[in-house]
Design a protein around this ligand. Structure first.
Ligand SMILES: [Cu+2]
Length: 141
């Protein structure tokens, strides 16, 4: 009994310590020369991790358009505002910048190394240049 309590306590501490926060910048121009992009196209996080998007350069937001089955996606964020999301369901998530989605300002989040809904993400029609970029990103996964 004593041991069980101790093990649970240690486990809970580990969980708390191990959940991380990842920062993604919203950018007009990235170091690699790409315009209207997030600082990283694909983000891999663990269950319980949070991603914080920063309005590092003006004119952008975060709008989730697809995710694992049954997950309620958040409302799109305001332009030029910081946005945070905690990921508690494994799978792949697709988000776009509302004003620049057609230009390919999109991002993918993979939670807990789970790509079981990759097909559904691949079939999402963003439009414009973004579909081509989505294909190319998915080919790296
Ligand atoms: Cu944008």
């Amino acid at each position: 009994m004593k041991y069980t309590v101790m093990i649970i306590a240690v486990f809970m501490c580990t969980l708390k310590i191990s959940s991380k926060e990842l920062i993604i910048d919203m950018l007009n121009k990235r170091d690699d020369g790409q315009r209207m992009v997030y600082s990283q196209d694909i983000a891999e996080v663990e269950l319980g991790d949070t991603i914080k998007w920063l309005p590092t350069q003006p004119g952008h937001n975060v709008e989730f358009v697809a995710g694992p089955d049954g997950v309620e996606l958040p409302k799109k964020s305001y332009i030029n505002r910081e946005f945070s999301m905690k990921f508690e369901t494994p799978g792949m998530y697709l988000y776009v910048c509302s004003p620049h989605s057609l230009m390919g300002m999109i991002g993918i989040v993979i939670v807990a190394n789970n790509t079981s809904n990759k097909e559904a993400i691949a079939n999402y029609d963003i439009g414009g240049r973004a579909n081509k970029k989505l294909k190319s990103l998915l080919s790296e996964i």
